[in-house]
Design a protein around this ligand. Structure first.
Ligand SMILES: Nc1nc2c(c(=O)[nH]1)N[C@@H](CN(C=O)c1ccc(C(=O)N[C@@H](CCC(=O)O)C(=O)O)cc1)CN2
Ligand SMILES: NCC(=O)N[C@@H]1O[C@H](COP(=O)([O-])[O-])[C@@H](O)[C@H]1O
Length: 221
């Protein structure tokens, strides 16, 4: 009897080229017995939603703005809005049929709080994230440009890409796979970004495969 497929829920905010890499890897068998079962975007205009639709993958648009509008524009109000948004995001994912085995953040530009992390952890669902930097370097948004500037201004010789587990501290979770990317003197930011994106497209598949293998080993015990 064939084994039930691994289901991936992929979180995006933009172009979705890394989502596309996962879709293609599932189709080609590079990610065996695996499918992208749902895509969630926090941005309506994300081209990744079109990529998902083209691949007949169900999608959900989940935006923070309506939550912010319900609360005062204060730090407390914003924090409450983010916690409610994150709690609902977890509820959306936990209600999916089939329930995902793994959540992959692929250009997901939203910092999740324990309101999301805790219910997902309680359901034994791992979350991994693609980040265009090496462990301990350039955490947060704009990592590629920050590395490019460090190369230009401080002589940094290399940056890189990692797939890591998602914890409350941003981009600080255990690294699952990493790949260094050389910084080339005089290279434009666009050219560096292009080289890094190519590395991302391979590493997100590799990191997902390694994580699913680990999940499989745990479940086989
Ligand atoms: N709790 C965690 N949340 C997220 C992690 C993580 O490791 N822990 N990884 C990020 C992805 N990410 C970098 O890889 C990242 C994305 C976005 C931001 C950020 O500053 N976002 C702003 C909004 C930016 C925008 O909407 O344009 C914010 O959330 O206020 C930092 C890091 C995924 N989330
Ligand atoms: N902090 C996370 C982060 O900065 N991720 C960046 O978002 C892009 C998403 O591209 P995509 O939408 O084409 O996959 C990725 O290329 C990655 O560099």
């Amino acid at each position: 009897m064939s084994e039930a497929p691994h289901n991936l829920a992929v979180l995006i905010s933009g172009n979705g080229s890394n989502l596309q890499a996962l879709i293609d890897a599932c189709a080609s068998g590079t990610l065996p017995n695996t499918r992208v079962s749902h895509v969630i975007s926090n941005r309506k205009a994300a081209f990744g939603l079109e990529r998902a639709a083209k691949a007949s993958i169900p999608t959900t648009y989940h935006n923070l703005v309506p939550y912010k509008k319900k609360h005062p524009q204060t730090s407390e109000g914003t924090e409450t809005a983010r916690q409610q948004y994150d709690g609902d995001l977890a509820a959306i994912i936990l209600a999916l049929e089939p329930r995902p085995d793994l959540i992959v953040c692929a250009g997901w530009m939203h910092i999740v709080t324990p309101s999301f992390l805790t219910p997902i952890a309680n359901a034994n669902i791992k979350i991994i994230n693609l980040h265009p930097a090496l462990p301990g370097e350039f955490a947060g948004a704009g990592a590629i440009e920050r590395a490019w500037k460090a190369g230009k201004d401080e002589g940094l010789k290399r940056t890189g890409v990692m797939i890591h587990e998602v914890i409350a501290e941003v981009d600080a979770g255990e690294a699952i796979s990493t790949q260094e990317v050389e910084l080339k003197e005089g290279e434009s930011l666009d050219d560096l970004e292009e080289r890094i994106h190519k590395v991302e497209h391979g590493l997100i598949v590799e990191g997902t495969r390694l994580t699913l293998e680990g999940i499989g080993k745990v479940r086989d015990q």
